[in-house]
Design a protein around this ligand. Sequence first.
Ligand code: TRP
Length: 336
Amino acid sequence: MSAHEPLVFSGMQPTGNLHLGNYLGAIRNWLKLQQQYRCIYCVVDMHAITVDHDPKALAQATREVTAAYIASGIDPKRSIIFNQSQVTAHAELAWIFNCVARVGWLNRMTQFKEKAGKNSEKMSVGLYTYPVLMAADILAYRATHVPVGDDQKQHVELARDIAQKFNNDFGVADFFPQPEPIITGPATRVMSLRDGTAKMSKSDASDNSRINLTDDADTIAQKFRKAKTDPLPLPEAEAELKARPEADNLISIYAAFAEKGKQAVLDEFKGAQFSTFKGALSELVVARLSPIAGEMRRLLGDPAEIDRILHKGAEQARAIAAPVMAEVRRVVGFVS
Ligand code: TRP
């Protein structure tokens, strides 16, 4: 198999309202990976402009997501943190990949269909080729591992197809690796506090549906108090959670923060009323999130420092992408 050095790449869009789902579902896994691998964590601001956006809000959200990465423990000395638009290799490779990927491949992307709905004719071309830019993000660094949620698996598979077709078409076997998705499991799929069958989302109209990383202790406690539950006490066995999505979600959040299995949490709380359990859950979540929120506020008070970190990360990223892009230009036949 390939001899590519292990390298982790992942990204998150800069949009407001970072929440518990982003933390448990993505950022927390990134932290673990940084112990073991060389990692690049990108704030994908170019993906954010595929839909209508407000330029001021975009700049603010880029700094907020960067602050959230760092406050959560992603260490800019260990991992590369930068915003996508600062490294032109992403746009350049995306264009070349637009000429490698087939229209039929993109027509199969389920996320575009979901986002566009009946309005696909009115969507930007950028939204349509969004997954091609994502492939360029990954492959500009020849990244081998891509931690993503379930909903992005198809996009990583597209990146694999693009890598393979590029290698074949230009006769450069193994030039690009076949990036592997690292799917962050269902244990960390955080659901809405108002509906245990819908994902926790920054676009949900109800702020009570999510715990934002910047919520203060009172707000967190209040949101858990209001969270939807069923009338039964907590069950004895994990299997009984299957039919109780809201209970399952709250137990999962507790388990994730306590770093225990769900059964171990039930062993502690079986037979308890939700009011009791929700109190313990709030306490745990507040204890874990408040240092992150505090550090985020501190960082956001010094935007120049955030920008300096992003500049430095971009410089490091450019240095990795530069030799890859030089080779890409040569094999494609561009004179330089
Ligand atoms: N599309 C991803 C998401 O919405 C974000 C993303 C962009 C990404 N480029 C990436 C994730 C490259 C992993 C690797 O979550």
